[in-house]
Design a protein around this ligand. Structure first.
Ligand code: ADP
Length: 161
């Protein structure tokens, strides 16, 4: 099975990485793909997010990194994948994720959504909280891969100049 793990990944966290590792173990090929969303104002550009994902996912041989515009199900079908992977942290994720999964099923019945529960240690990690913490120089060492911690610090230093 070929699956797509879509998201903003602004930036990738240990929570995302755990989902990537577990999903990669379940499928033949996993495409982690940055969704280009014109309604969100990201901290990192699409090429920066793709770069960080490439660095961090290098050890996983069946994981590829990509980005996409437009409708997720069209992209999934276009690259010949059969499933969408999403991580669920808490009940608060559920409503939105379930709605998306049902809508995607309606649009493309052949594409399945697979939910993986967040690891209990990662339940509270989100990219937005991380960005907030880094702005105030709070420690984020155990929440993101080391290369991402460096990039976040550098980015915020530059933005504060
Ligand atoms: P999006 O804007 O699509 O929600 P995110 O990058 O925030 O993009 O998240 C991508 C996916 O990863 C979503 O399915 C989200 O629920 C999941 N996710 C985010 N943080 C975690 C975490 N700490 N543990 C497990 N899954 C997570």
């Amino acid at each position: 099975m070929k699956a797509v793990y879509p998201g903003s990944f602004d930036p990738i966290t240990n929570g995302h990485l755990d989902i990537i590792e577990r999903a990669a173990g379940l499928c033949d090929e996993l495409v982690v793909s940055v969704a280009v969303n014109i309604e969100k104002t990201p901290l990192f550009s699409v090429p920066e997010r793709v770069d960080m994902l490439r660095e961090v996912c290098a050890p996983y041989k069946n994981v590829k990194i990509d980005h996409f515009h437009g409708l997720l199900v069209d992209y999934v079908e276009g690259i010949g994948a059969q499933a969408i992977v999403r991580g669920l942290r808490a009940v608060s994720d559920f409503d939105f994720e379930f709605q998306m999964a049902l809508m995607n099923k309606r649009l493309k019945p052949a594409v399945e959504t697979v939910f993986l529960p967040a690891a209990s240690d990662n339940m509270f990690i989100s990219s937005s909280l991380l960005k907030e913490l880094s702005k105030f120089d709070a420690p984020i060492k155990d929440l993101v891969p080391p290369s991402v911690e460096e990039r976040l610090k550098a980015k915020l230093r530059k933005d504060n100049r």
